[in-house]
Design a protein around this ligand. Structure first.
Ligand code: ZN
Ligand code: ZN
Length: 147
């Protein structure tokens, strides 16, 4: 098992992923992700919480949705780069911001969700699974599962 590493912009937070290979990632084009990221979409991946090991001080922000589910966002405590989040609806799973990986240039995007909110100038490659809104978690995790 080779260590896969990442971190924030300022270097105060670093993390390792205990995985055999770079994780497969997906893009979420929802409005929330556009606002959170200040960009057109967020690129992220689901991982078991035990695979993630973070060093450095994290700032925590809890967002409660009308459904009562709580999304807990973790940012670098110094530069506030978003690193990962958990969600009360998916215990034991972390959603890592894939752009914080040191080898982000080698990542594959294997699925797109919330494409009805996709920016119109962005053309998705053919043959990559896409959902108009959120994908059922089991289907998305199936697409993201290591090959
Ligand atoms: Zn930082
Ligand atoms: Zn989103």
């Amino acid at each position: 098992m080779s260590l896969i590493e990442g971190g924030c912009r300022c270097g105060a937070v670093r993390y390792t992923l205990a995985l055999d290979a770079l994780p497969r990632t997906y893009a979420c084009h929802c409005r929330d992700c556009q606002t959170w990221s200040g960009s057109a979409f967020s690129q992220q991946t689901f991982l078991p919480e035990a695979a993630l090991n973070v060093t450095g001080l994290l700032a925590v922000f809890e967002m409660r949705y009308p459904s009562d589910r709580v999304s807990t966002q973790r940012m670098c405590g110094v530069c506030h780069t978003r690193i990962y989040n958990t969600n009360s609806a998916r215990p034991g799973v972390v959603v890592v911001r894939a752009g914080t990986l040191d080898r982000s240039d080698e990542l594959e995007v294997v699925a797109h969700i919330w494409v009805k909110r996709k920016q119109p100038w962005l053309t998705l490659p053919e043959g990559v699974p896409a959902w108009p809104e959120g994908a059922p978690a089991a289907e998305l995790m199936g697409v993201l599962a290591p090959r």
